[in-house]
Design a binder for this molecule. Structure first.
Ligand code: SF4
Length: 370
């Protein structure tokens, strides 16, 4: 397909409503073949893995039809390597979300901190990302949890120490406007909830979701603000349609951040990593976190070394581009997020002074104030 016709197709899909996107969902081999030349390995994975997969026609249209290593394609199409599991932990979510600890909580509430929780309201997504750390619930559905929204409201109401609620999934923006409005209204009625965060990939995989109806639900001045974090992992995922969706969210008073996942062969090289963070700022998305790809089962092939993220911050971002484009590199664990930053800054320290190094390897000194 020529570049012009590829762009025309993308435009056509981008102009459809989100419900139309879902009615033309790409989750059969036949349908996938309308977008890419499926390899025998991809076909085998689709036929033998018992996993949920699929994406929107809009996101599928961003895939390279001929290159199986395409960074978007690898996030969409199942891979036989998902059958291998040398390093991932079975029942990862039980460990990660502290589901086997003494505290009694509804399945919809995950907790690692005192004042904030993750509130899961759906297990449905617009794109079933192959690297998803919640895959046991969302993709493979081996871990059956009950996401009862009312139980969640009740628990949050009873726990007055909770001031910050992350509404998550699945993807919360897969729910209808009415349901999203219900969740936001109920949370805003709880006096100790000071802010609502929503995790959604829709600005990236289905930007049409940010439509007039949703803007009405999210917009207006409120004491309890909404912050949105999306997940964009490669610069090619950012289009003029992403830009419009983000602008619309900002116009509603909603800030948009990015939580990328460090993915081997997708964004773990200096050039891509820098371009991703620069391009995010160009569409007004603030880089917030880069996550180490978590120890969920069946995603070994996406995982880099732990140090890789800190090295990329050192080599691609720090000093090389604006401070606004600097995310925090973190490893998410059962005891919370652990930041890992480059460790080269302090070269030496004595009673009199510190010796500090910059991104170019130059050094300088600063008095040591005891
Ligand atoms: S959108 Fe989020 S929850 Fe859904 S599959 Fe992707 S990473 Fe997992």
């Amino acid at each position: 397909m020529s570049i012009a016709s590829k762009e025309e197709r993308l435009k056509r899909y981008a102009e459809q409503g989100w419900k139309e996107q879902l009615s033309q969902y790409v989750n059969t081999l036949e349908r996938l073949k309308e977008f890419i030349n499926v390899t025998p390995e991809e076909e085998e994975a689709i036929e033998t893995l018992h996993t949920k997969w699929g994406t929107t026609p809009y996101y599928a249209a961003l895939m390279d039809p001929d290159n199986p290593e395409c960074p978007i394609r690898r996030q969409v199409v199942p891979c036989v390597k998902e059958k291998e599991n040398s390093y991932g932990m079975e029942d990862y979510l039980i460990y990660k979300e502290n589901r086997a600890t003494g505290e009694k909580r509804p399945d919809s509430i995950a907790r690692q901190y005192t004042d904030r929780i993750a509130f899961t309201i759906t297990d449905v997504c617009a794109n079933y990302c192959r690297h998803c750390f919640r895959k046991e619930v969302v993709l493979d559905q081996k871990l059956e949890l009950r996401f009862d929204i009312d139980e969640g409201f009740e628990w949050i109401r009873e726990h007055t120490e909770i001031r910050d609620v992350l509404v998550t999934g699945g993807d919360p923006f897969m729910l209808t406007d009415d349901k999203i409005e219900h969740v936001i209204t109920k949370l805003r009625e709880i006096p100790h909830v000071e802010m609502i965060r929503i995790g959604t990939r829709t600005p990236i995989v289905m930007p049409q979701r940010i439509d007039e109806g949703l803007k009405k639900v999210l917009g207006g001045y409120h004491d309890v603000p909404i912050w949105i974090n999306t997940q964009c992992n490669h610069p090619r995922e950012i289009t003029e349609y992403t830009s419009r969706a983000v602008y619309d969210l900002l116009s509603c008073g909603v800030n948009v951040g990015n939580q990328a996942v460090l993915l081997k062969g997708i964004n773990d090289d200096v050039e891509t990593f820098r371009e991703l963070h620069q391009k995010l700022l160009r569409v007004r998305i603030r880089p917030y976190y880069v996550f180490y790809c978590e120890a969920a089962p069946g995603i070994d092939h996406f995982r880099t070394t732990v140090e890789k993220g800190a090295e990329l911050i050192r080599d691609a971002l720090r000093g090389h581009t604006t401070g606004l484009a600097q995310p925090m590199y973190v490893i998410a664990t059962n005891i919370g997020k652990i930041p890992l930053m480059p460790d080269y800054y302090i070269v030496d320290k004595n009673e009199k002074e510190y010796t500090l190094r910059n991104y170019k390897g130059e050094t300088t000194t600063l008095p040591n104030i005891t």
